[in-house]
Design a protein around this ligand. Structure first.
Ligand SMILES: NC(=O)c1ccc[n+]([C@@H]2O[C@H](COP(=O)([O-])OP(=O)(O)OC[C@H]3O[C@@H](n4cnc5c(N)ncnc54)[C@H](OP(=O)(O)O)[C@@H]3O)[C@@H](O)[C@H]2O)c1
Length: 323
């Protein structure tokens, strides 16, 4: 099978396309012929060995995929060869085939294309868990989303609007803000066009209820300052490359709740919320009420360009590799 391979840590261009033997199937596993895979910021971080965990090279990057089940081990009953599935794994998705445990795949709802199925996972799941459980968003609340044109941000805009919030999108370009508007944002702020703190104060003189922050860096503090008394700030990631430090007096003065989300620890520690949110999300996907915005598609041969595009923060919504 053809696969993208990372043989040493570094920038996206360390990744090469190689011919590898098909992965072996063991007990409890399924083999999926991949049709599409999504490219995520953590893929870039794993290749650079800057993620929260390391994968020793050589490895095949790629964590989100959709395709058709090719084979299952004798003990697997949940899916059968020929079933269309979507799934996730830490690595292995930028290849013609992947072997994962049967629990890592879910049937793709009828009518959902492979690209959308592959792009639906990480960003939408992160946004859903953050909004439903961590921030406990209520209809009518004011929600500010940083990085609103990115994968997690655009999903948070879409789901926030669906859950009844009034959404303010903060992003670096008019193109990204247009995408956020399409997904339901009603207030748009280009943080490169002026001072973010001033812009937020002008848009929301009484403050906002929730900030979702997948970016970090210099945007975090002005966004946190925009919260009203008792507001919730959710830190999700640091795409800017910088983990911000917040003066705690800001938290004290406004009684702000600073909250965090990390997928694995949330799934482990809040299994009931996790299962409920995942089920609600699959219903939204199946009914067509939620769908990922795919900003750009690449072929497997263009994997380095795709990773660089994401690394540069140029992606609008999701980036998909067609296998
Ligand atoms: N906690 C979790 O479980 C979890 C789950 C998924 C993702 N994450 C993390 O969340 C973050 C965002 O993920 P994503 O999929 O939304 O990424 P993305 O699609 O690449 O979007 C990230 C956004 O960050 C902004 N940004 C600012 N400086 C940047 C830089 N130097 N490089 C790249 N982007 C920059 C950009 O927005 P503007 O151009 O508008 O400023 C960009 O749209 C990542 O750090 C990821 O690891 C965490």
């Amino acid at each position: 099978m053809r696969a993208a391979v990372c043989r040493s840590y570094g920038a996206p261009d360390v990744v090469t396309i190689e011919e590898l033997p098909a992965p072996e199937l063991n007990a409890g596993q399924v083999r999926v012929r991949i049709a599409a895979a999504a490219v995520n910021f953590p893929d870039v971080l794993l290749i650079a060995d800057k993620y929260q965990m390391s994968v020793p090279p050589p490895f095949v990057p790629g964590s989100e995929f959709a395709g058709v089940v090719d084979a299952v081990s004798d003990d697997v009953t949940e899916v059968s060869p020929g079933d269309r599935v979507l799934g996730s794994a830490l690595v292995g998705a930028f290849a013609d085939e992947i072997v994962v445990s049967s629990g890592a795949v879910t049937r793709t709802p009828d009518g959902v294309a492979d690209g959308a199925a592959a792009a639906f996972g990480v960003a939408h799941r992160t946004a859903m868990h953050v909004l439903r459980s961590v921030a406990a968003l209520q209809p009518g609340e004011e929600l500010v989303v940083l990085g609103a044109g990115g994968g997690v941000g655009l999903a948070a805009v879409q789901l926030g609007a669906l859950l009844g919030a009034s959404v303010t999108a903060v992003a670096s370009s008019e193109e990204k803000l247009d995408a956020a508007k399409e997904q339901g944002a009603t207030t748009l702020i280009n943080h490169r066009a002026g001072d973010l703190r001033e812009a937020l104060r002008e848009a929301h003189p009484d403050g906002v209820d929730i900030v979702v922050d997948p970016v970090g860096g210099d945007l975090t503090e002005p966004a946190l300052r925009a919260l009203r008394w008792g507001g919730r700030f959710v830190t999700v990631g640091y795409a800017s490359g910088s983990i911000p430090r917040i003066p705690l007096n800001l938290v004290m003065l406004k009684g702000i709740h600073v909250l965090g989300f990390q997928m694995l620890s949330f799934a482990t520690n809040a299994p009931d919320d996790f299962a409920r949110n995942e089920a609600e999300l699959m219903d939204l996907l199946a009914s067509g009420r939620a769908a990922p915005h795919i900003g750009r598609r690449f072929s497997l041969d263009e994997v380095v360009d795709a990773l660089q595009y994401v690394a540069d923060g140029r992606a609008i919504g999701k980036v998909v590799l067609d296998l």
